[in-house]
Write a protein that binds this ligand. Sequence first.
Ligand code: HEM
Length: 506
Amino acid sequence: MILPVVLFFTLCAYLIYFYRKSHNYWKNRGLEYVKPTIPFGNFSNFYSKKEGFGETFAKIYGEIKSRGVRHGGGYYFWNPLYIPTDPVIIKDIFISSFEHFKNHGFYMVKEDPMTQHLFNLEDDKWRDVRAKLSHCFTSGKMRNMFNVMVEHTDVLKRVLKEELSDKSDVKIKKILVRYTTDVVSKCLMGVNTDTLINDKAEILWHGSEFFSKTWGYINNTIVLLIPRAILQKLNFRITPKETEVFFKDLFKNIKSYREKNNDTRNDLFDSVLKLSDPNYTSNLNDFNGKKGMEPLNFDITVAQCYGFFVAGFETSSTTITFALYELAKNMDKQDLLRQDINDTLKKYNNELTYDSVQNMEYLEMVLKETLRLYPAFPFIPRGCNKDYKVPGTDFVVKKGTGVILSGMGIQRDPEYWPNPEKFEPQRFSIQNRDKIVPYTYFPFGEGPRLCIAHRFGQLQTKVGILTLIKDYKITINEAMKPLKFGSYGIVLAPRDDIWLNFERIN
Ligand code: HEM
């Protein structure tokens, strides 16, 4: 009986010693830091479900900033995190010193093949794949994809009409996820997922499971805390096996259909497929300019499609949802937007074309302001892979330290954004744009790791917003609770449903 008690107290004593020692890291290094507590470090509010992950980072940013310093430290459990608040340092990390911060530092192992997508790929492999896929998202490609986005708005409107046949309020996020799932799948892989028509479609499960509460909560904690090498030995997976099998089957089916029908579309799927063909890659230059790039194996090839799918549907549907929510609260801005949409369409014979959307100036401002307040990725992680001397200081961030660039923190910082909580698209008018301090706004990231599909994401989001605002007056439904952020996944999301009323006006 005595032995277990002794063991228990010894373990507790060791843990307290270990935590105290770890939590002295920033103090010993002479950097301001936000005081951590045992066991969660600065994340007690996150683990007691009071706030979202990105929100916690924004608060740490705010506290460091309030001390009048340019950078500081925080703790995730016992792990130190470096958090700059000065846009000059942020710019340096994104751009000039990119070589020190090439990777996101997320969990990526070959035992869980679907983790090997572009967002997670590292070093030379990332550079090679990124360089070969960038052409999939040029402005020219956007014109073709635009037609697919518009085609799907017809179904979106039909589904919304059916939903509204016996009521006026809708949980809009759930419908928008289906819209962006269908658009992303069709544009990038050429498949009709038809989730707008069938809300029980299997792909929805595989997409939302990735973001779902329990998975996100538990897995994020494990992969952020335990070294990758240990998890790899334990064969730890964050992707459900069923999801891996589903995407592998989907990939094989698309591949065999295209081969049988000699169907070349020049989309993301074709580009990824080519990178798995040794005959093709042997004629490519690798990132060093050396002839002959190593072909991607089957797992990495499928992972690219999976990664683009996952990165593509949730970010945009969340952004459309937040935009509608703010427009419902700010009727004057909603009216201005509708006016902008209708006036611009008139100039284009009332046809919704790619050029007409590009010329909707207020729509652009609404999108930018929505992403300022609600950046879909509210913080951008970087792993420090080489000691880094912070410009203008003697401080060195050591190799292996996690770095967090808090978009949500700086984009709501009153020094750069007066009255930051207010939804004010005018901040991004042509006249005001030049006043924005560089690197205080980066919803798509910056530098070589900038969101590869930022044009696609913006276009898809704009098409979604304009479709609904053009035809409906949108107001907040009384069932809507005060907005709180979800405390599970990495993508910023509302914790509760966003309840909106839709009144047809066209
Ligand atoms: C409103 C929509 C979107 C937002 C706000 C957004 C934001 C971001 C951000 C912040 C990053 C990290 C950038 C960095 O580390 O500097 C990122 C990366 C990425 N995004 Fe997006 N994104 C959006 C839409 C999309 C869409 C539609 C797709 C796919 C079709 C996509 C695919 C990716 C991929 C593959 C990466 C990893 C790039 C790399 O590491 O090289 N995103 N995105």
